[in-house]
Design a protein around this ligand. Structure first.
Ligand code: 13P
Ligand code: SF4
Length: 439
């Protein structure tokens, strides 16, 4: 059995930790030693690259990144940082760089704003005069920023291969097909009963494609984030008999369970099986139909890790993300979004030991930021979100220097037919609960 680190790391960089592991200079272990290599080694290869999501099946239509010019592949860390700083200085207010909480340290240090996916989309909206928004996150986040930013603003994803394996688990074709099958079970899906409730309201997690958000907008549904999922489900139950929740089964199950929905009334929808694998009677009885999706990063957390943390660190406070499996959320002291985790640690007044069940880049950054606490990741294996990790400083330097040269690389554009209903679904969420202020 591996042991948990006794002290928080002084250096928050996951990249540095991986290099030490690969060099044999660290006793830590990683899920994939390939992570220490440049992401450009994987851009042309179908797949999510090394790391926790590499076992997931990438959809055939997922975007691929073209070859990064050799000057960026061969530049060392110091040169890349100098080039990024110089390009940012030249561009000034014309560009805003956004970095997600899970982004690697070497990129986050250049971000004008660091936050969760929704806070960053809000930050994009709040800079209407910036010509370019460089989004150092994953594809669905850049799409959301494009939805909320001005039409003449370019949202740029530095590496197009930075997708999200969970978002890719619900394709628009599969969701349309599911909707048709549900209509066979429930009858017309837009027909309200005598209590004014329609048979089913679609709810999508922010971690989904713009096409899915558009689908939800067209069918009376709504978007949620991990911080407002309960409010959104309450909104949906005020309008429908049941909810179709996608793509993350765990966020859906954890939230609905906390609201008192029995597990027997939460069937799983497997898009590869007729009626998702349930009977018509089970679907009639359902309150929340859970799409068969998950996050490969958060699925790594286990109850055994929590037991070990409690045994080795009496009094430890265990906080996990609601994308973790239900058993893990149940065994933890608290569960909440990335921003909840950050705020909970920031608010602790006494030195505390925290075992955190979320992505390693955020956990190590928090450990470095709050040295008065002992903060460690529940998973002893260094295994970042491999898709987010595809954004290396080399790509950030490349897109910024392209902008300086008057070119706009890797622009993420959501077409109007999708964007209009997707915005409706996002606006319903905003009306259900106001946005959280940008950090
Ligand atoms: P946030 O919505 O908190 O940014 O989380 C995004 C994510 O990908 C969690 O796995
Ligand atoms: Fe997607 Fe999971 Fe990575 Fe979040 S942590 S971007 S859900 S793969």
């Amino acid at each position: 059995m591996s042991t948990l680190p006794l002290l928080p790391p002084v250096d928050p960089s996951v990249d540095h930790a991986l290099r030490l592991i690969v060099a044999g200079a660290s006793t830590e272990s990683t899920c994939a030693t390939d992570l220490a290599a440049g992401p450009w080694n994987f851009d042309a290869v179908p797949g999510y690259g090394p790391g926790s999501s590499m076992g997931d099946v990438i959809p055939t239509g997922a975007p691929r990144q073209g070859e990064l010019p050799v000057a960026y592949r061969e530049a060392d860390e110091d040169e890349l940082h100098a080039r990024i700083r110089a390009a940012k200085e030249t561009l000034g207010d014309r560009v805003v760089v956004l970095g997600h909480f899970y982004q690697r340290e070497e990129v986050v240090q250049h971000a004008d704003y660091v936050g969760d996916s929704f806070q960053l989309a809000t930050a994009a909206k709040e800079h209407p005069t910036a010509e370019a928004i460089v989004f150092c996150g994953v594809h669905f986040m850049a799409e959301t920023a494009d939805l909320l930013s001005g039409a003449d603003q370019a949202v740029i994803l530095p590496n197009l291969a930075a997708g999200c394996s969970m978002a890719d688990m619900a394709s628009i074709d599969q969701v349309e097909e599911c909707w048709e099958q549900l209509a066979e079970v429930y009858g017309p899906l837009d027909a309200a009963d005598d209590e004014g409730l329609v048979p089913v309201i679609p709810v999508t997690y922010m971690n989904s494609s713009a096409a899915i958000k558009g689908f939800v907008g067209r069918h009376g549904g709504i978007v949620c984030t991990s911080s407002n999922a309960r409010t959104v489900l309450e909104w949906a139950f005020a309008r429908g008999r049941r909810v179709l929740f996608f793509p993350d089964q765990h966020l859906g199950r954890n939230t609905a369970k906390a609201m008192g929905v029995p597990l027997e009334q939460m069937p799983l929808w497997n898009p590869r099986r007729p009626l998702g694998g349930s009977s018509s009677a089970e679907l009639q009885d359902a309150r929340v139909i859970l799409w068969h999706g998950f996050c490969s990063v958060h699925r790594r957390f286990t109850v055994a890790q929590i037991d070990q943390a409690r045994a080795e660190h009496p009094g430890v406070r265990v906080i996990v993300h609601p994308e973790c499996p239900m058993e893990v959320v149940d065994a933890a002291d608290e569960a909440g979004s990335t921003d909840y985790i950050r705020k909970a640690i920031a608010a602790a007044t006494e030195p505390t030991t925290f075992a955190v069940g979320t992505e390693i880049n955020l956990v190590r950054r928090l450990a470095a930021q709050y040295p008065q606490h002992e903060i460690f990741c529940l998973d002893p294996v260094v295994c970042p979100c491999s898709t987010m990790y595809r954004i290396h400083p080399g790509y950030l330097a490349w897109v910024l220097e392209e902008l300086v040269a008057g070119r706009t690389p890797n622009r993420i554009t959501v077409t109007a037919d999708v964007a209009d209903p997707a915005r409706v679904a996002l606006e319903r969420m905003l009306a259900a609960k106001p946005p959280v202020a940008v950090a």
